[in-house]
Design a protein around this ligand. Structure first.
Ligand code: SF4
Length: 254
């Protein structure tokens, strides 16, 4: 679908923007949105927003480079508190050295630490990677399991990581993956005022059709990279501007 001009839908976004925009301060360019009650988003606006996201990005791919479930689960463990770009720079050497769960399980802690050092929290991540690989090797025959409970039994794997792996590898949707970008942009769109990822996920699951749960996250992350940057969103040229109440966005920053 072709993006529509700002004149057509502005009233829709405004009608949905009962709450005042965040107050500006001279000292802060990007003010974090304060949690507050929002009126339920207009279903027509949400539907149009989802339709445009899909039209503009019909086949979204996971931002983490991977060739199989083992690589994706390892990359997702490394992505905690780290950018996807940094993870993608780190994993080629890691997977060249340890291409599967068995080889990673047999690795020395120091070897893995050295390879993942640049992703931050590297000691804990190396420990989780080795622990994950050991359990996959010993309990699951070297294959990453599909079942949520089995995934959650792996060291370093919480619900978000399990959702990423199940969604990307097997198109199994248990929820909406909420990382910092998905939470931030969904708040700007007025789809949630929550900051707790679990609560954000619950609200998004009520708004986004289940068939789109997996792709919604990928699309929002890619949209954030392309247009809706955390510090400098390109509101002036944004294809969703007429649908966006820009909650928490400082005009001076965009
Ligand atoms: S770039 Fe601006 S207008 Fe576009 S979605 Fe982000 S905050 Fe809204």
């Amino acid at each position: 679908m072709t993006p529509r001009g700002p004149a057509r839908g502005k009233s829709k976004a405004r009608a949905d923007r009962k709450q005042p925009a965040a107050k500006k301060t001279g000292a802060s360019k990007q003010k974090a949105p304060r949690k507050r009650r929002l009126p339920p988003p207009d279903p027509a606006r949400v539907a149009e927003l989802l339709a445009r996201l899909e039209a503009n990005d019909p086949n979204p791919e996971c931002a983490l480079d991977h060739a199989n479930p083992f690589e994706l689960i390892a990359a997702t463990i490394l992505s905690a508190q780290c950018t996807d770009e940094r993870v993608n720079m780190t994993t080629p050497a890691l997977f060249a050295r340890f291409p599967d769960a068995a080889s990673l399980a047999a690795a020395e802690q120091e070897q893995v630490e050295e390879l993942v050092r640049s992703t931050g929290f590297f000691r804990n991540k190396a420990k989780n990677l080795r622990g994950m690989a050991a359990r996959v090797t010993e309990v699951f025959g070297g294959e990453i399991p599909q079942a949520m409970d089995d995934l959650l039994s792996l060291p370093g794997v919480a619900r978000k990581t399990a959702n990423v792996v199940r969604g990307v590898c097997w198109r199994l949707a248990d929820g909406v993956v909420v990382d910092t970008h998905v939470g931030r942009i969904s708040r700007r769109w007025g789809l949630t005022a929550e900051t707790d990822p679990v609560k954000v996920e619950a609200e998004l699951m009520a708004l986004v059709p289940q068939a789109q749960w997996i792709d919604y996250s990928h699309r929002v992350i890619r949209f954030g990279r392309r247009t809706c940057d955390a510090r400098k969103p390109l509101c002036g040229s944004c294809e969703l501007a007429d649908l966006c109440p820009r909650i928490g966005v400082d005009d001076a920053a965009s």
